[in-house]
Design a protein around this ligand. Sequence first.
Ligand code: LLP
Length: 416
Amino acid sequence: MVNGVMHAGTVSLTAIAEAVGTPSYVYSAPDIATQFQQLTTDLKGLNHRICYAVKANSNLSVLRSIAELGASFDIVSGGELQRVVSSGADPRSVVFSGVGKTTEEIDFALKLEVGCFNVESTSELTRLGVRAALFDRVAPVAVRVNPDVDAETHPYISTGLKENKFGVPSTDALALYMTAQTHPNLRVSGVACHIGSQILSIEPFSDALDGLLRLVDELDAKGIGVAHVDVGGGLGVAYQDETALDTAAYGAMLRSKMAGRSQTIVIEPGRYLVANAGLLLTRVEYLKPAKAPGCKSFAVVDAAMNDLLRPSLYQAWHAVERVIEASNDAAACVWDIVGPVCESGDFIAHERTLSLAEGDLLAIRSAGAYGMVQSSNYNSRGRAAEVLVDDEGFRVVRSRENINDQMDLEQIGLRP
Ligand code: LLP
């Protein structure tokens, strides 16, 4: 707050709302850099590479600023690979994760010589071998192992349990490595896992790494050496009053387990770098105060579940704050902050005590990760604008979608 007005860096959010309108995502490049530097400090002394998980926030400008910090990328689709390349980054240290890579995506990644294919099934390995042979390439591979550890996170974002669709059971991994080792167009590069997202304690990471290192040793015994150990992403952040993952302890755990080993650690953080570096700026359209005891009071804002799906999908909690300090806090009431979409599940936040008037600007915090990327055109709503703030000011890094942008690919398709 500067003189009662919330700022992103040196820029007031009121100035951004005036220039760009609402709803708008606002990201802070310096805040992303601070997170990156913190992680780099916490991993000091560890031979490592940070591959930012593009899925968390794939805006080209965000990717560019992360590449400039020295990170590489973790991708899960041809679209994300194209974004990495279009942002000006080098695809050759990218890791390509994902349980359903299409032939087209594999071909594209082979052509661009991505750094590693994290293979998730026997069929995928077979397909990769065939395509690499066709193009006379040698594809670097890691098998993504499912270590069957409980990440103790929301079931939708837990990925490392045996009932999840991801990865290969540790017991089957060896056979895949044997195939890869003998295939002329495949080259064993690493081992990989990713156990889930928004993980707040070290233990699941530590258990998963133990599993990976057992595999490294088994491979070693068979004469198969690996150059890197990819421990995935999942580093949890604070949204409300939870304690974020202790990244210093995380770094210490990795250092101690990797002591005496030659492999590079690859980590794939998404949320950690961007979640708290972004917010969603929205305006109160209408207030519908409760008319009778037991009724709810609704503040209808111009952002909705199509803009920020996390509350509706995962019951996720995001702080909602006034952009301009209230002149009279005593007038605060309890509001449900809801959007205009025609679903009762369309809400941003439940039961927040705020002093509100129609027209007020609100900031929905911690929206830099899995916000814009999960947006949709539901109710034919255009996607929000995106703004990046840096030391020099702010710039629009994605224009607000208009209805023509939405209809451009459609035809009525009348027969002649
Ligand atoms: N690597 C792989 C293979 C992943 O699947 C993911 C996330 C990451 C890295 C990055 O995880 P992070 O560091 O961001 O936790 N939409 C959900 C999160 C889904 C995460 C999916 N995979 C949410 O809004 O919470």
